[in-house]
Design a protein. Structure first.
Length: 231
C-alpha cells in the first residue's frame, strides 16, 4: 500500500483528496499547516508521494519543498490556485515533480498520483537494502549487522540505522553535525551535537579495525563527518 501525505490548509479539499485516495487504496495522511509540515519534513521520505499546496499558513509550500529536497527525492505534486507559467516553473525549479492548478479535475489528480507514486516505488526498490562496512553486512530493513567471518550478529537502533543510511547515501561528502541532527532527529527534537559524536564512537568500535585511526568514519574538525566506504 502506497503512503501519500497531503499538505493542504483548505480542509474540504484535503478531505476530498483523502477520501478518493483511500478509495483507490492509498494510505493517506493530512497536514493543514505549513509550520507543522516543515517540522515533519524529515518524515516525508517514508511516503511514496507528497501532495503539497503552494499557499499555506506560516510556511509556503515552496519553502517546504526546498527543505525536503535537502535530504529526500520523494515525489512532490504541487497544488496551487496560481497557475501561471512563472509559478509552475518556480515550483519545478525547487524540485517539484508535477504541478496541478486549482480547481483540478479529480480523475486527472488520481492519474498523476498513480504515475508519481508507482515511479517512486520502483525507484526505491532499486535502492540498496544492505551495505558492507569493514566486512560487516548492515541490513537497513532488519537493522541487523552480520559478521560473515564468525557468524555473529547484532541489532542496531533505528537512529543508528538512519544515520548509517544517511552516510551511505552521501558517501564521500562532508555532512555537518547540524544537518545530521535535522535529517536524523528532526526539528522537533533537541539532542546536542555530542549525541552524534557518541554514535560515531560506537560505529568506529563496531566497524573500524583501529577505532583510533578510522578509515570509514572521518571527523572533519569544526564541521562534522565524512563517510568513506573503503573496499
Amino acid at each position: 500500500m502506497f503512503k501519500v501525505c497531503v499538505v493542504e490548509d483548505e480542509k474540504s479539499i484535503a478531505e476530498l483528496i483523502k477520501i478518493n485516495l483511500e478509495l483507490e487504496g492509498y494510505q493517506t495522511t493530512i497536514i493543514h499547516n505549513g509550520r507543522e509540515a516543515i517540522n515533519k519534513a524529515a518524515d516525508f521520505n517514508n511516503y511514496a508521494l507528497i501532495i503539497l499546496d503552494v499557499m499555506l499558513p506560516e510556511v509556503s509550500g515552496l519553502d517546504i519543498c526546498n527543505e525536503i529536497r535537502k535530504f529526500s527525492d520523494v515525489p512532490i505534486l504541487f497544488l496551487s490556485a496560481k497557475g501561471t507559467t512563472e509559478d509552475r516553473i518556480a515550483g519545478l525549479k525547487l524540485g517539484g515533480n508535477d504541478y496541478l492548478s486549482k480547481p483540478f479535475d479529480l480523475e486527472e489528480l488520481l492519474l498523476r498520483v498513480r504515475i508519481l507514486s508507482e515511479g517512486s516505488s520502483n525507484k526505491r526498490k532499486s535502492l540498496q537494502d544492505e551495505i558492507s562496512i569493514g566486512g560487516r553486512l548492515v541490513n537497513f530493513e532488519t537493522f541487523i549487522v552480520n559478521n560473515p567471518e564468525n557468524g555473529a550478529s547484532m541489532m542496531l537502533s533505528k537512529k543508528e540505522i538512519e544515520l548509517l543510511r544517511l552516510f551511505s547515501e552521501r558517501e564521500g561528502i562532508v555532512i555537518s553535525r547540524n544537518e545530521i541532527l535535522d535529517k536524523v532527529w528532526g526539528k522537533d527534537q533537541f539532542p546536542t551535537t555530542r549525541t552524534i559524536d557518541n554514535y560515531i564512537l560506537n560505529f568506529r568500535k563496531l566497524f573500524e579495525i583501529d577505532p583510533k585511526n578510522p578509515i570509514y568514519f572521518h571527523s572533519i574538525r569544526a564541521v562534522g563527518y565524512r563517510f568513506t566506504n573503503v573496499k
